[in-house]
Design a protein around this ligand. Sequence first.
Ligand code: NDP
Length: 498
Amino acid sequence: MTYEKPADLPDKIQLFIDGEFVDAEGGAQFDVIEPVSNEVYTRAASASKADVDRAVAAAKRAFDEGPWPKMLPRERSRILHKVADIVESRDDRLALIESWDSGLPITQAKGQARRAAENFRFFADLIVAEHDNVTKVPGRQINYVNRKPKGVAGLITPWNVPFMQESWKLAPALATGNTVVLKPASYTPLSAALWPEIFREAGVPDGVFNLILGSGGVAGDALVKHPDVPLISFTGDSSTGAMISTNASPFLKGLSLELGGKSPSVVFADADLEEALDATVFSVFSLNGERCTAGSRVLVERSIYDDFVARYAERAKNIVIGLPNDPKTEVGALVHPSHFEKVMSYVEIGKSEGRLVAGGGRPEGFPEGNYVAPTVFADVKPEARIFQEEIFGPVVAITPFDTDEEALKLANDTKYGLAAYVWTSNLKRAHNFAHGIESGMVWLNSNNVRDLRTPFGGVKASGLGREGGYRSVDFYTTAQSIQITLNEAHSPRFGAGS
Ligand code: NDP
């Protein structure tokens, strides 16, 4: 199969401010490459602080003067369902360009397009169903919640499954009546450039959605420090999250930080080992291993360890590596040469920290591009860097354990705490073990299957705050508490004499 450029790619990607496509100040641009050849295929506008100021001003005007925040939830919901319809109707095209831009296998990119549409449908429905409790003190007082959108939401997203990540923030921010400025990752701006037309066609008023592109240190930073942006929802690296937290603190902004992970998959001897094998292989090698919730540390009970490692290595060696647009491809090319270098450096580090049982470098037949063979290290000690640090590629560390206590200690022995997966047929153990794990989310005998009503987020270095379901509504709105006296006001009569 030859690797053909998708038809009709833009020769430049522009900013979108106040309903118009515009260049950045002074025409500044940056190169955009595709990860199979690492050749530049287009250029994108590189926003300055002044561009960010313009985008925020447009979003603020749309919030203060436009119809969006005042619309009935049903009206906004109808528009957001249209967004979902349009995304669904374009999922082939979307998957194709996402796969081209990011190196994701096309079949997996397609799943992400469907998830993006589902994010809009879910929040379009939720906002209509949403309600708050009213409380009453009989005969005296009624208290209710007046939920209000916060204003201009600053949304900053990473390059892994970019369109889906963007939708995860755009859908709740818009559904709750905010206006937004989105700053996607610089490695993958192509699919973000689809949003303006999608929103326009669906009937989102001008100024409600604004897109800025360009360096995180300039455009992202200006958004974080903008006084008219009261909240920032960020997904990305833990160190960037920490920096954003510092930069936003003088403004006392609302912050939601979805950060890195080094999640454990814990396999007990009494598990359904066939299912555990399928899931633990998929967990770290799907999406090219560029997955925040990847089960990148597999902890295996000693009595099944040797057999499990052998079967795991066999599966990893058989994974189909290929061109991102080939439906047979299971692992494609990593997003960018800098990321490829980082992952490769961990592969080299791993060779002195564990026993290499699969992969270990470039796959055969792929001398160019950002290809890394699915790599498995066994017998990895907890102090190893490949056990502790997020690699964010197709590399896994496997470690044996003897007891439940040791497994739990190993599971919790990193600075991260995003997800965890536990495989056992013992119900009591499953629950007790899950309760002991320091992570925001645990899947028992399950792959990473999301229910959008449940809280999503991490603990420790994996994040701050929760999104998902009503937690997103909470984050993107102010719950103003209103109290009404039903009878006479019971005020002590200061200054009224005796
Ligand atoms: P980065 O933290 O490097 O970048 C994320 C976004 O932040 C990009 O848009 C980036 O812009 C921007 N940015 C960078 N510096 C700043 C700054 N100083 N101020 C404001 N914005 C800034 O992460 P990656 O893009 O490399 O994404 C991978 C990381 O994301 C991994 O750690 C992964 O685990 C995590 N992640 C977490 C998820 C979760 O839900 N917990 C989900 C998915 C990924 P630019 O691209 O221009 O640098």
